[in-house]
Design a protein around this ligand. Structure first.
Ligand code: 5GP
Length: 177
């Protein structure tokens, strides 16, 4: 069924069942990979709140989670995009850190944020994202745990918004062309 949000129409793209299957698959991989350590998950708000919550429920290992916001602004031409992490209180030194993102588009946000995490000298750092728009890549990011590779189209739902709305959808919808 179509859905109108603000001025745009959206059509179904990934069903609730497809998303939940991917969340289970990623959860199982993480349970395997981290069975002897207790990782620290850093979920990036707002978009990843639903994915982070469902994924965290799949974990059978000991794990911590912390939610942060990234504020990005344009720096000078030499510094490029500058990203400030709000709410990053956990000590990352020597921790096994997993960043949880909703979607990696150009890769700009994570490519600015990852070096800041590495400055804290974690024991390991992995990236988990529900969606990845490979065709939109400007800054290549190695995604260790991925739900879906998607074409370069605008999507909403399951935490992702269009101008504030649409986050409550259980499915992911794409903008109608
Ligand atoms: P990047 O820095 O990788 O270009 O962009 C990442 C951020 O852009 C995501 O965390 C998300 O907030 C936003 N974004 C990118 N593509 C989409 C999309 O198709 N739909 C929505 N709702 N947000 C997107």
């Amino acid at each position: 069924m179509k859905k109108k949000i603000h001025d745009k129409h959206f059509v179904p793209f990934l069903s609730e069942a497809q998303i939940q299957d991917a969340v289970k698959r990623i959860g199982q991989q993480i349970n395997q990979d981290y069975k002897d350590v207790s990782p620290l998950f850093i979920a990036i708000l707002n978009g990843s709140f639903m994915f982070a919550s469902d994924l965290f429920k799949q974990l059978e290992i000991n794990a911590e989670i912390s939610f942060i916001k990234l504020a990005s602004y344009k720096g000078t031409s030499s510094t490029g995009t500058v990203v400030t992490a709000i709410g990053l209180e956990a000590t990352l030194h020597n921790r096994d850190v997993v960043i949880i993102e909703d979607i990696v588009d150009t890769g700009k946000t994570l490519s600015a944020f990852i070096p800041q995490i590495l400055d804290h000298h974690p024991h390991s750092l992995k990236i988990c994202s529900l969606l990845h728009k490979k065709e939109a890549t400007v800054h290549p990011i190695k995604i260790d745990y991925l739900g879906f590779e998607i074409p370069d189209l605008f999507v909403v739902g399951y935490g992702l918004d269009y101008d504030g709305l649409g986050r409550n959808l259980h499915q992911i919808m794409q903008v109608e062309n």
